[in-house]
Design a protein around this ligand. Structure first.
Ligand code: COA
Length: 250
C-alpha cells in the first residue's frame, strides 16, 4: 500500500491521483501497483463509468523513479509492477480522462496516449527522454504514438526527446484541450462526468471500435519491455541514470 496514490470516487467517476509532490510524482513500484488495482477495481464495478488520472499542481509525473531504474540496472529485482500497469492501461475497459499540469516526463507522457481525452495547462511540457537515457520507448508508445501523431512527430517526441508544449501537443493530436491551471481539474472531471452520463453500453462499444483489438498493443508493450530491461543494464543507460542521481549530490 502507498499514500502516494489517492483513489477517490465522485459519483460514477473514479479519480486516480498521483500524489508524491516532493519527488514531482516520480512513480515507484507501489504507485504502479496501486494504480493497476484501481483500474481493475473500477473496471469490475458497474457503478464506475470513467477513470480520471490527475497529478499535483505543477507535476503530473516526472516518470519512473530513477532510483528504481538503478536498482533494476544493477541486478536487483523489480519492474513487474510497471509492466502490469502498462497492460492494465492498454486493456482498461472504461473511458479514461487525464488532467495534466506541468511536468509530464516518460510515463507521465505515454500514459496519456492511452487516455480517451487529455486536458493540459499552458505550462505543461510533454517529454520522453528515453533515448537520451539509453532506453527505448515504453507503454506501447512505439506503436500508438506514430498512429496518433504521425511518424515524424512521434520520432521527435520518442526518439529525439523534444519537449512538446501543450499547444504543440494539441496541434499534434496528443491532447484534447488546453485549459488554464485553475480550470484543469474542473474541466477534466466535467469531461469524465459527461462520459459517465452517456448510455454505458453504447459508450463501451463506441470506444472499443475506435481503439480496435488490443492484442498488437499488448504484444508491443511486452516487446518494448524486453528491450527496456536489456537496455537498463547497458553502459549507456547506467551512465545516464547515474548522472541524474549524482547531479542531486552536487
Ligand atoms: N526519479 C526519482 N526522483 C526524481 C525523479 C525521477 N524520475 N524526478 C524528480 N525526482 C526528484 C529529484 O531527485 C528531487 O529530489 P530531491 O529534492 O530529494 O533532490 C525532486 O524530485 C525534485 O526534482 P528536481 O529535479 O529538483 O525538480 P525540477 O523541477 O528542477 O526538475 C524534472 C524536474 C522532472 C525536469 C527533473 O527532476 C528530471 O529531469 N527528472 C528526471 C525525469 C526522467 O528522466 N524520468 C525518467 C523518464 S523515462
Amino acid at each position: 500500500m502507498t499514500d502516494h496514490v489517492v483513489v477517490e470516487r465522485r459519483g460514477a467517476v473514479q479519480i486516480i491521483r498521483m500524489n508524491r509532490p516532493d519527488k514531482k510524482n516520480a512513480l515507484t513500484s507501489a504507485m504502479y501497483a496501486a494504480m493497476s488495482a484501481a483500474l481493475k477495481q473500477g473496471d469490475a464495478d458497474s457503478s464506475v463509468r470513467a477513470h480520471v488520472f490527475l497529478g499535483v499542481p505543477g507535476a503530473f509525473s516526472a516518470g519512473n523513479d530513477i532510483a528504481d531504474f538503478i536498482t533494476m540496472a544493477t541486478g536487483g529485482q523489480g519492474g513487474g509492477e510497471v509492466w502490469d500497469f502498462l497492460i492494465c492501461l492498454a486493456t482498461a475497459q472504461k473511458p479514461m480522462v487525464s488532467g495534466v499540469d506541468g511536468i509530464a516526463v516518460g510515463i507521465g507522457t505515454t500514459l496519456n496516449l492511452h487516455c480517451d481525452l487529455t486536458f493540459a495547462t499552458p505550462r505543461t511540457v510533454f517529454r520522453t527522454p528515453f533515448v537520451d537515457l539509453g532506453l527505448v520507448p515504453e507503454a506501447g508508445s512505439s506503436l500508438i504514438a506514430p498512429q496518433i501523431l504521425g511518424r515524424q512527430a512521434a520520432f521527435a517526441l520518442l526518439a529525439l526527446g523534444e519537449g512538446f508544449s501543450a499547444e504543440r501537443a494539441k496541434a499534434a493530436g496528443l491532447i484534447h484541450e488546453v485549459v488554464e491551471e485553475a480550470e484543469l481539474e474542473n474541466a477534466t472531471l466535467a469531461a469524465a462526468e459527461t462520459i459517465a452520463a452517456k448510455p454505458p453500453q453504447a459508450m463501451k462499444i463506441a470506444r472499443d471500435l475506435m481503439r480496435g483489438p488490443t492484442d498488437a498493443l499488448v504484444a508491443r508493450i511486452r516487446q518494448e519491455a524486453d528491450h527496456f530491461r536489456e537496455r537498463l543494464t547497458s553502459d549507456e543507460a547506467r551512465a545516464a541514470l547515474m548522472a541524474f542521481m549524482s547531479r542531486k549530490k552536487a
